[in-house]
Design a protein around this ligand. Structure first.
Ligand SMILES: [Zn+2]
Length: 59
């Protein structure tokens, strides 16, 4: 998985840049129960999930 490519996503709350949550070594991304990536927005202090449907074909 290329973390650089998915490292940032637009925050759905204020359209600022959210940062991918990972483990301490920034190797394994945090995911929720559905396997969606977790992001943290420093602007509004919200965490949000992002569906990686654009990157993986889930048929
Ligand atoms: Zn935000």
């Amino acid at each position: 998985m290329n973390l650089e490519r998915i490292k940032y996503q637009t925050c759905p709350y204020d359209q600022e840049e959210g940062i991918l949550l990972t483990d301490l070594e920034e190797v394994i991304p945090e995911t929720d129960d559905d396997g969606n990536l977790q992001y943290y927005c420093p602007s509004c202090s919200n965490t949000f999930t992002y569906c990686d449907c654009d990157y993986q074909d889930r048929r």
